[in-house]
Design a protein around this ligand. Structure first.
Ligand code: 6PG
Length: 469
């Protein structure tokens, strides 16, 4: 009788290897499915005393797993996931199940869940955040599916997850594709925070003439403050990095931001649900605009350089910029939270939004000091109420209300494009304005299309012959 393993891993790339080692470090035996004998051997070589091995071929892999089998799939999202399921499921037995940990679209997860349930196989879609380092030493993990399936893998997932004050950053966040939905929104917020940071870097660097080292020091200070987190911290590291020639490496990196699509999916779904998330949308568009490098270069050549370099000293505007960045971070999280609340209802996934904020507190890319206060607000506020008006953020958006408008004004004055910053301000101002000019839009719609309108002084639906008068 060959030795049986407790955990199967398919996808032995960087993430799969790191997570396998993490699982094995917690006392579970792990077997990886490799695509060649060499790769199986090189995976087994990682063992160094751990119970970890590699094997080739689905039959041997399945035969060497303890029943009911737990198989994690960590391959690129899309067709590769379906290919793994097609290859392995014929060998599997009712009660076995998959944990799929790529950045899959939640609709694919729901389709796979239904397809496998028909065969008696379990499926958990789980968003894994934190990159290679997180996978190796503690990722944040967002699971969706049934409580029955989840409770079978809960001990392993809790053992390997990042911890916040001893609390594992993993949870069952809802039904069906909820885990991948929450991970998608996590990535949308990730895009927004990264773009907000990039815009402030641009303001400080090109606008206020600060060096990369000075900006790195500032980000370090922000990292230790109330909105600091992983992304502010890596910004300092990036800004301090030199290349072999002694130059700041960041200055040599081509300014075209790529994307794999999760930010765009967040915006697409928010549009479908009618939930405004303009900071995230702006961050997606800003990456697209950055890709139009040739046009940007030609335009600047034809029209002249815009940026003015005589901004005020940073010290004069430091408090204002600090508060404005703090405000725009909270606004970005608030948009993601409002999308999760709506999606949980509209998509029938029953997303536990407070629990989502809880698993984001450590291990993931958007972890920051803001997540514990945000979790507390989400847990206590009424559904549908914006977290921006919560008591916890009263000073930030009340006493310091002028900071974000002032930072936008400074960016405009210095010709710094700030799409995510400007969108954050427009969102906040709009969300706190009782009467917006949508009355005029309704009147225009009724004028040219007889689309009707409602009135503020009496109930009903109205149409008027507006015409020239
Ligand atoms: C994470 C990251 C991870 C990955 C993104 C990058 O949570 O660990 O979000 O999933 O870095 O896919 O996305 P883009 O390539 O679209 O920037």
């Amino acid at each position: 009788m060959p030795e049986l393993y407790q955990f199967g891993m398919v996808g032995l790339g960087t993430m799969g290897r790191s997570l396998s080692l993490n699982v094995a470090d917690h006392g579970y035996s792990v077997i990886g499915l490799a695509t060649s004998e060499e790769k199986a051997a090189s995976f087994a070589n990682l063992a160094e005393g751990r119970k970890l091995t590699g094997v080739c071929g689905p039959e041997s892999f399945i035969g060497m797993l303890e029943k009911p089998r737990i198989i994690m799939i960590l391959v690129p999202a899309g067709d590769p996931v379906d290919a793994v399921i097609a290859e392995l499921s014929p060998w599997m037995e009712p009660g076995d199940f998959f944990i799929e940990g790529g950045n899959s679209h939640y609709t694919d997860t729901e389709r796979r869940l239904a397809q496998l349930a028909a065969k008696g196989l379990g499926f958990i879609g789980i968003g894994v955040s934190g990159g290679e380092e997180g996978a190796r030493h503690g990722p944040s993990m967002m699971a969706g599916g049934t409580l029955e399936s989840y409770s079978r893998v809960q001990p392993i997932l809790e053992a390997v997850a990042a911890k916040f004050d001893g609390d594992p950053c993993v949870g069952l966040l809802g039904k069906g594709g909820a885990g991948h939905y929450v991970k998608m929104v996590h990535n949308g917020i990730e895009y927004a925070l990264m773009q907000l940071i990039a815009e402030v870097y641009d303001l400080l660097h090109r606008g206020l003439g600060m060096t990369n080292a000075e900006i790195a020091d500032q980000f370090e200070e922000w990292t230790a403050g109330p909105f600091g987190g992983f992304l502010t911290q890596i910004t300092s590291d990036v800004l301090r990095m030199r290349d072999e020639g002694g130059q700041d490496l960041v200055d040599l990196v081509l300014d075209k931001a790529k994307q794999k699509g999760t930010g765009k999916w967040t915006s697409q779904d928010a549009f479908d649900l009618g939930i405004p998330i303009p900071t995230i949308d702006a961050a997606v568009s800003a990456r697209q605009l950055s890709g139009m490098k040739d046009q940007r270069v030609a335009n600047e050549h034809a029209l002249g350089t815009l940026v003015k370099l005589d901004g005020p000293s940073f010290l004069k505007s430091k408090d204002m910029i600090t508060t404005a960045l703090h405000q725009s971070f909270v606004i970005a999280y608030a948009q993601g939270i409002s999308l999760l609340e709506a999606a949980g209802i509209e998509h029938g996934m029953d997303i536990d939004v407070a629990q989502s904020a809880k698993v984001w507190r450590a291990g993931c890319i958007i972890r920051s000091a803001l997540l514990e206060p945000i979790r507390a607000v989400v847990a206590s506020k009424q559904a549908g109420q914006s977290l921006l008006v919560a008591e916890e953020f009263r000073d930030l958006f009340g006493v310091h209300e002028e900071s974000l408008p002032e930072m936008c004004a400074l960016m405009i004055e210095l010709d710094i494009p700030g799409p995510a910053t400007f969108s954050s301000l427009a969102y906040w101002t709009g969300m706190r304005t009782a009467r917006l000019p949508a009355n005029l839009i309704q009147a225009q719609r009724d004028y040219f299309g007889a689309h009707t309108y409602e009135r503020i002084d009496r109930p009903g639906t109205f149409h008027s012959e507006w015409g020239p008068n």
